[in-house]
Write a protein that binds this ligand. Structure first.
Ligand code: NAD
Length: 329
């Protein structure tokens, strides 16, 4: 199988590429991967370190909005697995332009190239944030989209574009909507890696508002197993949820992170809440479980312990990133 993986130097995309080429995913045994990534501040070739030099890997530095580049790499592929995106909600609150440009326009450029080259399947990777906030119960794949942030709105727009290419052009597309993902190689501006790296350095951590906001946590290896299952066996034109099954308030999560890093609540600084901050996300995973047999395999406690250990052991990876990004502590 020949895969074009966009955003393959980012957090989730690089896990997918590593797992595929190292044979940790079923589609990996005979797969050749072309990574297309423009290496924004969030992209990092070092994330592909464990598979550098692998005969099945080709890395192309390029932008998904660049029609010529996209056309060249789409030719001859069996499938596109589309991770590339601007992904940080806080940045979309400050400036939504790159989010609309990459997430919406970039997706449309890719869809057109995939169609021109008759790529077999277009597996679009999306997020539970497209649904907004849910007070009780869990979203199903047919729940209405009600995004709160410009990031979530741009992802919802890209999902609808992908599904429209299925209806209009008969393209073979799938959409996965995944919950908050954590694990190694996560850019240290997001909550878990920011808190862990600050705490490892004896610094404080910023907790939004009253910390009541609830998220469902999914280990990055389970996220990629879900994407791989849907890529290989999902039905065309369908949306599938990939959830982790561990709902925690940010306050509860903070408590776990403090304990894991040997710090106390005096390390926590309350900061003004994020604008438009959704209170709760919750995905039903009944569809992917019943149709494709998906279950998350990494329990949260083990996953978090492994993640903290990885950051403890890989300062060389995150220290320069934090310094370059001028991240507040
Ligand atoms: P990330 O920010 O770590 O990585 C994004 C990657 O895309 C980077 O390597 C970046 O260089 C690349 N990229 C950005 N703009 C590009 C462009 N115009 N052209 C080419 N490459 C470009 O993001 P992530 O956390 O790995 O998320 C990957 C996907 O998974 C996104 O689509 C995101 O919406 C989705 N997702 C993420 C999570 C999560 O919690 N991390 C949860 C659900 C869904």
């Amino acid at each position: 199988m020949r895969l074009l993986v966009t955003g393959g130097a980012g957090f989730v995309g690089s896990q997918f590429v590593r797992a595929t080429l190292l044979g940790e995913l079923p589609s990996g045994t005979d797969t050749r991967v072309t990574v297309l990534d423009s290496l924004t501040y969030a992209g990092n070739e070092a994330n592909l370190g464990p598979v550098t030099g692998h005969p099945g890997l080709r890395f192309v530095r390029g932008d998904i909005r660049d029609r010529e580049v996209v056309d060249a790499v789409a030719a001859g592929q069996d499938a596109v697995v589309h991770f590339a995106a601007e992904s940080h909600v806080d940045r979309s609150v400050v400036d939504a332009s790159p989010f609309v440009s990459t997430n919406v326009l970039g997706t449309q450029v890719l869809l057109d190239a995939a169609r021109r080259h008759r790529v077999g399947r277009f597996a679009h990777v999306s997020t539970d944030e497209v649904y907004g906030s849910v007070a009780e119960g869990s979203w199903t794949e047919s729940s209405p989209l009600a995004p709160s942030s410009p990031y979530a709105a741009s992802k919802a727009a890209s999902d609808l574009m992908v599904l429209a290419y299925h209806r209009t052009h008969g393209m073979d597309v799938t959409v996965t909507r995944c919950s908050n993902t954590y694990g190694p190689y996560h850019f240290p501006e997001k909550m878990i890696p920011l808190f862990v790296t600050n705490l490892l350095d004896g610094r404080t951590v910023p907790l939004y508002g009253d910390g009541r906001n609830v998220r469902d946590w999914l280990h990055v290896s389970d996220h990629c197993r879900g994407v791989d299952l849907v890529l290989r066996r999902g039905r065309a034109g369908e949306v599938y949820h990939v959830g982790g099954g561990t709902e925690l308030s940010n306050r509860e999560l903070t408590g776990r992170l403090l304990a894991a890093c040997g710090a106390g609540w005096d390390s926590v600084v309350r900061v003004a809440d994020r604008k438009g901050h959704d209170l709760r996300y919750s995905l039903s995973v009944a569809k992917i479980r019943e149709e494709l047999g998906y279950e998350p395999l990494t329990g949260f406690d083990a996953g978090l312990a492994g993640t903290v250990a990885w950051y403890r052991d890989n300062r060389d990876w995150w220290e320069p990133l934090k310094a370059r990004a001028g991240l507040p502590t």
